[in-house]
Structure formats: structure tokens, C-alpha cells
Design a protein around this ligand. Structure first.
Ligand SMILES: [Fe+2]
Length: 346
């Protein structure tokens, strides 16, 4: 693997800053956090740095069966300082929440809007008191030093990616209780579905492939030496859309129209699927812990193909039945794969 030169440079710069050692309870000086922010400000506009971070993130994604929230792709060993990517679908927000220690946040791809709240006044009135609202485009870097309340939100129609650098103390309990302020989200209360349910595998696969796809889109815009190799990794980890993007970016054509090369397998063998027809639309319904959900809907011409997919645990895209063309068979299979319900056989 190519050395993470730019990430190592950042690590060296952090080592020269007066940060507490990993495991120490003390807060760094504000000047230390400002110096780190300045380092990140220069790094985040450097595509070589971002490509280094993405290379490590892809390793993390490939090793994580059930991705959940922020997980560090890199930790500076002596300092315990964590580097994590955050992924924001259109409209995505964790809600207003409190930070108990320093954190630096950089927008790496697309944009975010950040709403801040007057923490002291919010505690006094026991309700959230808005303070500022600003938009942060890619390359913008912010920081938190004192305990603060904020609510980043992706108000755009596209996915965004942020980079978070924070102390190992992030997530320690606050002295103040979130229950004292109406509308404040406690991260501890966010509930995750049990990983034993077959649908959890689909949700996890979809989260992984969505993350890989937005990273591939970020990479596709970079003119950096390691990008072709990273796009190949994205194509191997991602679904149809990512393979197509990687192939297009690398100037290749995809060979999916060769017979026998597009076999799909149900992502979990016990996943319960059924077909539903409403008007001129056919939907693929999936059984979840909260009852059936509609995971995919398409034109009624795909009705027989969807019924077949709901029945067969493994099938070749070319065997999808119905009065449809071979091209439509591939399009349906691509949608089934992108939904996360089916996984392409290697
Ligand atoms: Fe936050």
C-alpha cells in the first residue's frame, strides 16, 4: 500500500502541539486546539491528505460488518486523538446535541449547515435557545472548545462528508443532564436495530455501499496518484452504481453484458421478501422488525421479475422473467443490488 504521507505530516504536526497524552483527563489549552485546527484547515483542502484518509476509511469499511455512527479510521496512538468521517444523507442531522470536549470538524465533500444554540441560556430556560446559523462548504473547518450545543444538518439534495478530529474523551458523560433541556438529543438514547435480524444485514450493507459510493464520488474529482487504485477498492466494496462510476472515471467500459457475469444472491438467506402491486407500480416489500417496508418500487412491466426476485434466493439477472428486454433485466438487477437486498456474487 502507498504510504499515507500527508496523514503522517498531520500526525507530526499534532505531535508538536501541547496536547494531553492518551488517557489523561486534562483539557488541552485553547491554543493547542487552535493550532490543530490550523493544521486541519491546510490539510483538508489537500486532496492527497483526503485520499490518505479515504484509503484508511475503506479498510475500516471493509472490516466492519455493522457500521454504526462515528468510528475512527485512524487514532494518534500517544495522544488518543481520533479521526473519523461523518456521512450525511440529504436532510440528515443527529439533532441538537452537546459536546463535552474539544472537537474539530471539517466539511470534505458537498456542504453542511450548522445551527448553534446558547448553552447557558438553554439550560436556564430549559429549552433550546438558537444562537447562530451558518453554512459550511467543502474546505470549511470549525471547532468546539467549551461544552456547546449544536445541530449540523445537510440541507442540500446531495450527500455530504465531514471529517471529525476529537479527543479520546469524546462521549464521556456530561455533568449536565440532557433531560434538563427540551429538544436536546442524547447520543446514548439513539437506538440501533438488533444485528441478529436478517434485515439488519441489509441496512448495514446499504450503509456501507452508500458510504463507499460517496467516497468514490469524492475521489473521482481528485487528480492524485493513488486515486485509480482507491477507485478499484471502492468498486470492489460498493454496489453497481459505484462500479459504474469507477469504470467511467477510469475510462473503462463495464463488461456486465457478458453472459453469466451478473448473479445476485439475497443479502441474508432468511430475508423475507414479497411483491406488492399498486396501480401501475410494483414494489418489493421486506419484512423488518417494525413490519413490512417498501424497499424498491418500479414500473409494472417489472412485475414478473420482482415476483421472481422475491422467490429465488440466487439468480442470474438474465433469467428474470417477463416481457422485458435484456437491457431492462440488467437495469432491474442493478436496482435490486443497489437496494442492498441482493449482493452480487463475486
Ligand atoms: Fe456534533
Amino acid at each position: 500500500m502507498q504510504a499515507a504521507v500527508k496523514l503522517d505530516d498531520v500526525r507530526t504536526e499534532f505531535a508538536a502541539i501541547e496536547f494531553p497524552r492518551a488517557g489523561e483527563q486534562s483539557q488541552p489549552d485553547r491554543n493547542a486546539v487552535l493550532a490543530a485546527r490550523s493544521t486541519i484547515q491546510s490539510a483538508v483542502v489537500d486532496n492527497e491528505f483526503l485520499a490518505d484518509c479515504i484509503a484508511l476509511e475503506l479498510k475500516l469499511i471493509s472490516a466492519t460488518e455493522f457500521p454504526r455512527g462515528l468510528t475512527p479510521f485512524f487514532t494518534i496512538p500517544d495522544l488518543g486523538i481520533r479521526f473519523e468521517f461523518g456521512y450525511w444523507p440529504p436532510g440528515g442531522t443527529p439533532g441538537p446535541h452537546e459536546h463535552n470536549t474539544w472537537t474539530i470538524t471539517a466539511v470534505c465533500h458537498n456542504e453542511l449547515e450548522v445551527r448553534t444554540f446558547d448553552r447557558a441560556e438553554s439550560y436556564r430556560r430549559r429549552e433550546l435557545v438558537p444562537k447562530n446559523n451558518f453554512s459550511a462548504e467543502a474546505g470549511r473547518v470549525g471547532y468546539i472548545y467549551e461544552p456547546s450545543i449544536h445541530a449540523p444538518i445537510n440541507t442540500s439534495a446531495d450527500w455530504s462528508v465531514s471529517l471529525h478530529i476529537s479527543s479520546s474523551r469524546v462521549g464521556e458523560p456530561m455533568e449536565d443532564c440532557a433531560g434538563l433541556v427540551a429538544g436536546l438529543t442524547s447520543p446514548r438514547r439513539r437506538r440501533m436495530p438488533p444485528t441478529t435480524h436478517p434485515y439488519a444485514r441489509v441496512v448495514a450493507k446499504r450503509a456501507r455501499t452508500q458510504r463507499v459510493h460517496v467516497l468514490a464520488r469524492a475521489l473521482a474529482g481528485m487528480n492524485v496518484a493513488g486515486v485509480p487504485r482507491l477507485l478499484d477498492e471502492c468498486a470492489a466494496l460498493g454496489s453497481h452504481s459505484t462500479r459504474k462510476l469507477a469504470a467511467r472515471t477510469r475510462g473503462r467500459t463495464m463488461a456486465l453484458d457478458e453472459p453469466g457475469t451478473y448473479v445476485l444472491r439475497r443479502t441474508h438467506p432468511e430475508l423475507m421478501l414479497s411483491r406488492r402491486i399498486v396501480g401501475d407500480t410494483v414494489a418489493l416489500m421486506t419484512e423488518t422488525t417494525a413490519g413490512p417496508v417498501e424497499d424498491l418500487a418500479m414500473n409494472i412491466v417489472a412485475a414478473d421479475a420482482i415476483a421472481y426476485a422475491a422467490e429465488e434466493p440466487v439468480f442470474d439477472a438474465r433469467d428474470l422473467p417477463g416481457r422485458i428486454t435484456d437491457e431492462e433485466r440488467i437495469l432491474i438487477a442493478e436496482a435490486l443490488e443497489d437496494s442492498g437486498l441482493f449482493t452480487r456474487e463475486a
